[in-house]
Design a protein around this ligand. Structure first.
Ligand code: ZN
Length: 489
């Protein structure tokens, strides 16, 4: 078989120049240098967009391509690019794009039909189980992706690009699927008691080749070669999904009346605000439109009435469908100032991080040390004896039952927990008050460590000194996680 014979036959069938190149197995920039390539493989060049004096010829060339349904035509490419420009793509500030084109099943069937036709015409030159063409999927990458990138002036970026989802449809789709269902019933009759496998792209890929379904059977349902349709493909929908941005920082909680996340009880807000909401409020609009899709993660959390001081607690916002993935320092500083103005939360070191950095927040929660300062009340005055009993720089181990106050969301267990050090001092203005500095293993319940919760935590500060101790206020002083890195302006 000469290349020219193949191309002549394809042209007789009304196949477009791009599809001719697909059947000539062009796999590179041949689609851009069409004339050069055809001449190289000894095929006479004919471009269907060139005018012709032969009216019959001209009519034929204007046909919808029976194999790609004009997917690769200039008209369709222009339409596609315009439709993308008509979306709100201008809102997205990214250099890269990813294109996902979903094609109707009718297109797959047409490739199949042309495969049977080529086997009929050229027999041994083609295989029954290896497609004769460069697949549409591959050709889309070679032809449409570069065109779209060039027109939008973006580069193709599979990792971080703006995802452009394009759905195509064709008027024959339902009709041809119905036919295929009938054929499938005969070609792959369902076993008794089994349901018929629904028609899908993967079903066609797996079960439909000339080796698996005979030419006679296929031809009873579909025309071979594929007929020239009246209509070309249509654009069904385009949707955009921006990349995911990760914004990290450290927060200090300076309010004793603020929950970590929105606190709702029986459908009613218990507290007006939360750390999560305050942080998201001042960061979201810069990155996205739908703040409900933002995921707030932190390295642990504190109770509503506990402050978090020192260098603060590391957190990350996972912002999906983001307009942008960078955060200039001036912008970050302004966000920090707005959050500080809430007088409930203060944020430092705001910065964009990579997805891999999330491991810092997620890993080793149990191994981390936590430093707390607790203000505690005694029944009587603090004595030298009490201070001595509570001066334990080498620490000790406790057995802690799940506190009653969290039993509704945590299973009941008794856990060993390490108290790495304990140090007590008297509060200068009130001798009944003790300041306890305590370093513990993550996951230790500090309030219970202090009062002992009726022996559910042993030993406790209370049991160590043999008298009741109340916790008045608690602060987290330091989180043992040196991340994200400090930002200097
Ligand atoms: Zn075509």
């Amino acid at each position: 078989m000469k290349n020219q014979d193949l191309v002549n036959y394809l042209r007789e069938c009304g196949v477009c120049l791009f599809c001719q190149l697909r059947y000539l197995k062009a796999r590179g920039n041949e689609y851009q240098n069409r004339r050069q390539y055809l001449e190289k493989v000894n095929v006479e060049y004919k471009d269907e967009t060139e005018s012709s004096s032969d009216p019959a010829h001209k009519k034929k060339r204007q046909n919808v391509c029976p194999t790609c349904l004009d997917l690769f035509s200039k008209r369709f490419k222009d339409q596609l690019v315009q439709a993308i420009l008509d979306t709100d793509i201008a809102k997205y500030e990214c250099d890269g794009i990813v294109v996902a084109i979903s094609i109707p099943i009718v297109l797959q069937l047409r490739q199949l039909s042309m495969w049977y036709a080529l086997l009929d015409k050229f027999e041994k030159n083609f295989h029954q189980d290896r497609a004769p063409d460069v697949s549409l999927k591959e050709a889309i990458k070679l032809i449409l992706h570069p065109t779209i990138c060039e027109n939008l002036k973006k580069k193709y970026d599979i990792d971080n690009g703006l995802m452009i989802n394009i759905n195509l449809c064709h008027e024959l789709e339902n009709e041809e699927i119905a036919r295929l269902e009938k054929l499938n019933n005969v070609a792959y009759p369902p076993k008794t008691g089994h349901k018929l496998e629904p028609i899908s792209r993967s079903l066609i890929e797996k079960k439909y080749t000339p080796l698996r379904v005979s030419s006679e059977l296929f031809k009873k349902t579909f025309s071979v070669p594929p007929s020239i349709p009246n209509e070309s493909l249509k654009l069904d929908s385009i949707s955009l999904v921006g990349p995911t941005a990760y914004v990290a920082g450290r927060y200090r909680k300076v309010s004793r009346k603020l929950s970590h996340t929105p606190w709702v009880l029986n459908g009613k807000r218990v507290m007006d605000d939360s750390i999560e909401e305050i942080i998201i409020r001042y960061i979201a609009t810069y990155f996205c439109e739908d703040r409900t899709k933002i995921n707030f993660m932190s390295s642990g959390r504190e109770d509503v009435d506990v402050r978090c001081l020192g260098t603060g607690r590391p957190f990350v916002l996972e912002i999906s469908n983001a307009f942008r993935t960078s955060l200039p320092p001036e912008q970050a500083r302004q966000m920090e100032e707005y959050i500080d103005a809430s007088q409930k939360v203060s944020v430092r070191n705001l910065q964009v991080v990579s997805r891999d950095d999330l491991s810092h927040i997620k890993m080793g929660e149990e191994q981390k040390r936590k430093c707390y300062r607790a203000l505690c009340q005694l029944d009587g005055f603090a004595t030298a004896d009490i201070l001595e009993k509570l001066n334990l720089p080498k620490g000790f181990e406790i057995q802690q039952k799940t506190p009653i106050r969290v039993l509704h969301r945590r299973p009941l267990h008794t856990r060993p927990r390490a108290v790495y050090s304990l140090k007590a001092s008297v509060y200068a203005q009130n001798k009944r008050l003790l300041i306890l500095d305590v370093v513990t293993q993550a996951g230790t319940y500090i309030k219970e460590l202090v009062h002992g919760e009726f022996g559910r935590t042993t030993p406790s500060v209370s049991s160590l000194i043999g008298q009741p101790v109340d916790i008045v206020a608690l602060d987290v002083m330091e989180i043992d996680l040196d991340w994200p890195p400090a930002v200097t302006f």
